[in-house]
Design a binder for this molecule. Structure first.
Ligand SMILES: Nc1ncnc2c1ncn2[C@@H]1O[C@H](COP(=O)(O)OP(=O)(O)OP(=O)(O)O)[C@@H](O)[C@H]1O
Length: 490
């Protein structure tokens, strides 16, 4: 494998390192006079951290003021973290581990013995439709203490569809081995087999999500991601996709919320809940799989025969443009995404987003309309033809205010192409001149085999539950996995 380019050429490290972390029991530093503007030289997360500490300071000051004026908070608001973290359960679950039960934002997290459960060191990272995530740290088998993210799955066996999603995510988090892709460090449950309800997946804490960084940029009206950061971020996404696509997997949910950035600008792709294998014909390959704003036109509008991993490349184009401008490229009306996925609803509801896409990328040409007709129906073609027709715009003019390089424009022009068959592939994108500064072909690995997710057969939710149980039982711990007490002596 070629060595990483010398750090003098790079503003940050090329490949992720597993950094040691300071002992988290140290009290958080209290700072005063924190600048509201980022200093000239900074890393995005350092700046973000400062803003968050600033906000925290303000909150603490407001609370202190309330208390001194006798107006204590009696409105029933819960503390962020509560519980009795020093009380360990009896050994339980499939591996007879002991757990602390800690309440974070009204959600009880079972945290295995050996992890840091001091409330002041636990941070709530966020929650989506499938789980809630907290950050803490743990001493690992290689002797290092790492920050970790613990995801408690939300009602994992609610129905077969949901259970399969959890199964897939767990499977992929074990199969993926790449610097820019999150992998599982621990998978556990405190439950016994006959009462198996909760699933926890532990991954290395990968930094702040790009969604948060971009949101803070907007809120503070200051661009923190430089052109160099943007290029390095795009390079790392494409480097990861090269690996993912070579394993015949489509991510299907690339968006800023699923990308995390460390202080060194190392990027990790998170969350493989919607990923699927390319080979399997799968009825859940619906139009509603990707987050709407980053979804490719062939996923939203026309038939999904040509829905290959090129849909991920469209998402990269949307993310790249958002990194440049700071704003989502095609913000649609998300409220309508909850409507039933019928043909007519799709046509009614997609209008706003469709218009935004075609205003920039142009309406389908005759060649694409013919493909749409062949893959779908003449009715579908007629509906698409009934929409207002736009000509593709000159990207250089559209983005001129942001001063992008000619190479950047050339890359996004090749990513944001309506016809997936004409869109740039990941193998082509990684060789694009825009990324030449970072590209090291010998250090852009492909997967060494095609991943078999073993998820295509129809199963009941109980069968999926059994399959997840087996995954927990058979999970092979890594050197970077948290140490199970007593394990070091074995
Ligand atoms: N390893 C990690 N490091 C840093 N942040 C993380 C990590 N894992 C998850 N997060 C953050 O936790 C939050 C919620 O996680 P996640 O997106 O996995 O939940 P979800 O229910 O699957 O969400 P969605 O509905 O988008 O699929 C997100 O903001 C994400 O950035």
């Amino acid at each position: 494998m070629a060595s990483a380019p010398s750090s003098s050429n790079l503003p940050y490290s090329h490949v992720r390192r597993h950094e040691d972390v300071p002992t988290p029991s140290a009290p958080p530093t209290k700072r005063c006079n924190i600048q509201s503007q980022p200093p000239e030289s900074y890393e995005p997360n350092t700046w973000l951290q400062q803003q968050m500490e600033h906000e925290q300071q303000k909150k603490l000051a407001e609370e202190a003021e309330k208390q001194s004026s006798g107006t204590t908070n009696n409105d029933g608001e819960e503390e962020e973290v509560s519980g009795r973290p020093d009380v360990l359960s009896k050994p339980c679950g499939p591996h007879n581990r002991r757990f602390n039960f800690v309440m974070v934002r009204n959600i009880t997290f079972a945290i295995p013995e050996g992890y840091d459960v001091d409330g002041t060191n636990i941070e709530y990272l966020g929650g989506g439709s499938f789980g809630n995530v907290i950050k803490t740290s743990a001493v690992c088998r290689d002797g290092m203490r790492r920050w970790v993210a613990i995801k408690k799955m939300r009602e994992p066996f609610f129905d077969p569809h949901h259970a399969r999603r959890i199964f897939r995510e767990i499977k992929l988090l074990q199969l993926m081995r790449h610097d820019n892709i999150i992998c599982a460090l621990d998978i556990y449950t405190p439950d016994e087999e006959n009462d198996f309800r909760d699933v926890y997946v532990v991954t290395e804490f990968a930094g702040r999500s790009l969604y948060r960084i971009l949101k803070q940029q907007r809120e503070y009206g200051r661009r923190v991601l430089t052109d160099e950061h943007i290029k390095f971020i795009i390079y790392q996404i494409i480097r990861a996709l090269k690996y993912i696509h070579s394993a015949n997997i489509i991510h299907r949910d690339l968006k800023p919320g699923n990308l995390a950035l460390t202080d060194d600008s190392d990027l990790m792709i998170l969350d493989f809940g919607l990923a699927r294998s390319l080979e399997k014909k799968d009825t859940t390959l619906t139009q509603y799989v990707q987050t709407r704003w980053y979804r490719s036109p062939e996923v939203i509008y026309w038939k999904i025969d040509s829905y290959t991993n090129l849909a991920d490349m469209w998402s990269v184009g949307c993310i790249a443009a958002e990194l440049l401008t700071g704003d989502p490229l095609f913000p649609g009306d998300d409220g309508i995404a909850s409507m039933p996925d019928t043909f007519s609803n799709k046509l009614i509801t997609v209008n706003a987003q469709y218009q935004r896409i075609t205003q920039l990328c142009g309406s389908p040409d005759e060649e694409l309309l013919t493909k749409i007709e062949n893959d779908n129906s003449s009715a579908m073609k007629a509906v698409i033809q009934s929409y207002k027709v736009f000509k593709r715009r000159n990207f250089r003019e559209v983005f001129a205010a942001y001063n992008p390089s000619a190479d950047f424009i050339d890359l996004i022009e090749k990513l944001l192409v309506l016809d997936p068959e004409k869109r740039i592939t990941v193998e082509e994108a990684i060789q694009h001149p825009y990324l030449a500064e970072f590209s090291l072909p010998d250090d852009e690995p492909r997967a060494d085999h095609i991943f078999d997710l073993d998820d295509s057969q129809a199963r009941t939710r109980f069968e999926w539950r059994d399959a997840v149980w087996k995954e927990i039982m058979n999970y092979r711990r890594l050197d970077s996995s948290p140490l199970i007490p007593g394990e070091a002596d074995r």
